[in-house]
Design a protein around this ligand. Structure first.
Ligand SMILES: NC(=O)C1=CN([C@@H]2O[C@H](COP(=O)(O)OP(=O)(O)OC[C@H]3O[C@@H](n4cnc5c(N)ncnc54)[C@H](OP(=O)(O)O)[C@@H]3O)[C@@H](O)[C@H]2O)C=CC1
Ligand SMILES: Nc1nc(=O)c2c([nH]1)NC[C@@H]1CN(c3ccc(C(=O)N[C@@H](CCC(=O)O)C(=O)O)cc3)C=[N+]21
Ligand SMILES: [Mg+2]
Length: 308
């Protein structure tokens, strides 16, 4: 039987560290790290996630602000709110819950967030910095997966890793982090041929496709580590239930280590979001004090990313 990678327990450890950092920032700088969460529309799943994030934030002493906008919000209205949050020195992190309603252009919304407040790590400057292997704000879900992998492997160097999924928010940044850890990385997606035999060669499989039971026991090399990012809502006997992308029971018989859903990557994602919020504060403390972060536009600090 595979070792269980308990994201709930591991996230509690990360959150303890975040709470200690929050206390230090309070004691040494009189700063209350604060996260602004923007939710457009009334998607019930998104409402649950946002509520969870705020709850965890308050538990570690991070301040939070909730901006609930009407489903019909225009691009200009959202841009106005983000501009206000960018220049508010009491707001250190900004998260715009995705997906956005169809009338809104996600790329331009993401690009309008100040890169040093971009706790999702989705801004093009942060994406580029990650791709170039520089220190930056890193997307929460892949960061959480790396912490989980480090629990199992003292050294990831030389491991064969397959990432199933190539989205900008999970698959691609996941591959970048694995590469940075010296894994040999393959990214698989819906057009990949022989995906099953490809995965069977992997020491590490990250499942992030959003397809229930996609990864079966026949996909997994005995002893491999399997991280399940997928969140799929199903109904069993009229009850809502969450399952991942991995056939958990069957794969547990073959894998060396496996993360469950729920209680796996999800709680780690939230912990890393709050970790990023404290990191955002320290990035902003490095700003010229006479100006403060509020005086800067979103490209003013690109020197950090351009110079080595
Ligand atoms: N636990 C957490 O914290 C988080 C969980 N999630 C969950 O992770 C999953 C992935 O999210 P996200 O990346 O945003 O999803 P997307 O839908 O944006 O991307 C899914 C990716 O999986 C690929 N894919 C789809 N079907 C298959 C298949 N049959 N075989 C191989 N590849 C396939 C797609 O390929 P192609 O590009 O060719 O279409 C695509 O690259 C979802 O279930 C989501 O809910 C997401 C974020 C955080
Ligand atoms: N800008 C942005 N950033 C995100 O990070 C982001 C987003 N938009 N949109 C949606 C996805 C999804 N996501 C999850 C976070 C936590 C859980 C989580 O905590 N899941 C619990 C279960 C929660 C429940 O019971 O519903 C678990 O897996 O144990 C799941 C999914 C973050 N996302
Ligand atoms: Mg859209």
């Amino acid at each position: 039987m595979a070792q269980l990678i308990d994201g709930k327990a591991l996230s509690a450890q990360v959150l303890q560290q975040v709470a200690a950092d929050v206390a230090l920032l309070k004691a040494d700088y009189d700063i209350l790290p604060t996260l602004a969460v923007v939710l457009v529309g009334e998607d019930p799943a998104s409402q649950v996630y946002v509520r969870n994030k705020m709850k965890r934030a308050s538990e570690v002493g991070i301040g939070s602000r909730e901006h609930l906008l009407d489903a019909g919000t225009t691009q200009d209205e959202l841009a106005q709110l983000i501009a206000t949050l960018n220049s508010d020195p009491l707001v250190h992190g900004i998260l715009v819950q995705l997906p956005l309603p169809a009338q809104l252009d996600e790329d331009s919304v993401i690009a309008s967030i100040h890169p040093d407040k971009d706790v999702d790590g989705f801004h093009p400057l942060n994406v580029g910095a990650l791709a170039a292997g520089r220190d930056t704000l890193v997307p929460c879900t892949p960061q959480g997966c790396m912490i989980m992998l480090n629990q199992v492997h003292s050294n990831l160097s030389g491991k064969n890793a397959v990432v199933v999924g190539r989205s900008n928010i999970v698959g691609k940044p996941m591959a970048a982090l694995l590469l940075q850890a010296n894994c040999t990385v393959t990214i698989a997606h819906s057009r990949t041929q022989n995906i099953e035999s490809l995965c069977r060669q992997a020491d590490i499989v990250i499942a992030a496709a959003g397809r229930m039971a996609l990864v079966d026991a026949t996909w997994i090399k005995p002893g491999a580590t399997v991280i399940d990012v997928g969140i799929n809502a199903i109904e069993i006997d009229g009850k809502r239930k969450l399952v991942g992308d991995v056939a958990f029971e069957a794969v547990s018989q073959v894998a060396g280590a496996i993360s469950p859903v729920p209680g796996g990557v999800g709680p780690m994602t939230i912990a890393c979001l709050l970790l990023n919020t404290t990191r955002a504060v320290t990035r902003q403390l490095a700003c010229p004090l006479e100006q403060g972060v509020g005086a800067m536009n979103t490209t003013a600090r690109s020197d950090r990313y351009v110079r080595s």
